[in-house]
Structures are given as C-alpha cells and as structure tokens.
Design a protein around this ligand. Sequence first.
Ligand code: SAH
Length: 215
Amino acid sequence: MQDLIQQLINDNYLKTPEIIQAFKKIKRQDFVPSELEMESTGNYPLPIGYGQTISQPLTIAFMMELLALERGWKVLDVGSGSGYTTALFCEIVGKEGKVFAIERIDELRKFGEDNVRKYNFVEEGRAVFITGDGTKGIKKEAPFNAIHVGAAAVDVPEALLDQLSIGGRMVIPLGYQTQEITLIEKITSKRFKEKRFPGFTFVPLIKGLPGKNKI
Ligand code: SAH
C-alpha cells in the first residue's frame, strides 16, 4: 500500500497531509473479502459481493481531496459498501466528528460496519451505520457539512441538496455510462456552485430498497 500511496502522491491525486495520513492508517485489506486481501493494494476496484465493488483508490483519493473534510465535521456517506470510505472519513473528522453511513443492501451494511469496527469507530460512536435508501438522505440527522455519494446518479437527489449545510460540500458521480465526479458547494439555501471532472465509472445509485424498488 505504501507504493500505491506514493504513486497517488506522485500523480498529484493525494495532496493534503491529513488525507495521506488517513490513507496510511486505514488499510484497504481490512475492507475486502478475505480471499482478495492479496489484491487490496491494486489501484482498481474489487468485488465485495452483491454485484458491488470497493472503489478504486485513485477515485477515492480524488473525491476526498474535493470534499476537503475538516475535523469535527458531520458527514453523510451514501453507499457505504465495504466501509472503506466511511473509515477514511472517520479518521479525518476525528473524535469530535461523526460519519453517518447509509447502505441499501443490509448484508453490505453489516459487512461495512464489521470492517469499520476494526478501528473502533463504531464503538466510539464516530461511525453510525444505517440500512436505507441513501437518495433520501437522513433527515433527522441533517444538516451535514459534507455528503459523499459512492454510486452513480443521473440527477442529484433533491433531499441531499436540502440536507447539506450552507458552506457544505457534496461529491457525487453523475451520468449514465461513464460519470463526471461532481463537486457541489452550497452557497445559500438556494444557490449552488458546481464543478465537474469527467472520466470515472461507478456502480449505479438505485432508489428504494432491494425488492421494494417501486416505492
Ligand atoms: N464507498 C464504498 C462504495 C461501494 S459501491 C466503498 O468504497 O466500498 C456503492 C455502494 O452504493 C454499493 O454498496 C451499493 O449497494 C450502494 N448503493 C446504491 N444505491 C444506493 C442507495 N440508494 N442508498 C444506499 N446505498 C446505495
């Protein structure tokens, strides 16, 4: 992983010391199925079951630099999957911060939560896992200083824009076949600033829960 981290630094994907530190501390091998541990240092996505993947380290580094999380922030991680991004965010927001992880597949919610427990973040109350439809956000916990969406949407879910604090940042992949990682900054309750970075691919963000997609 040291080699991969150095590569991401050399290629200018990783820049911020706190983010680099988090990448060093949170081991990707703790977030992949045991038979794939040997491959965990590869710069590519890996299957985590249920047709889903743990994202490519390069993509996660890029999104984290855009999110620019700060200590003490309250963060929403939509599509927590393996729990890897949730753990990275927990490391950066520190003990005073909090990360709400929402995942629509209950088995993956459990897989991610168990992985994040390896770092004590669940016991500490720094990470909170919820099975649910992340396109709706978590209204009772809003507003969030930052929202990370780890799956591709066509449009930005309205609820997520509402649940972002003023001055907060959201990073979400948008598009059909390939996606643009989109940084959205909330300037006022109605005004947003947007910047797009093309050339990424994600699994789709799916509305509703498995078996209940018609809701
Ligand atoms: N950050 C995660 C990304 C996992 S892939 C990681 O690095 O492991 C994206 C995840 O989003 C999948 O686990 C998928 O089940 C989940 N997902 C898709 N649509 C969702 C929705 N509407 N609400 C919550 N999770 C969703």
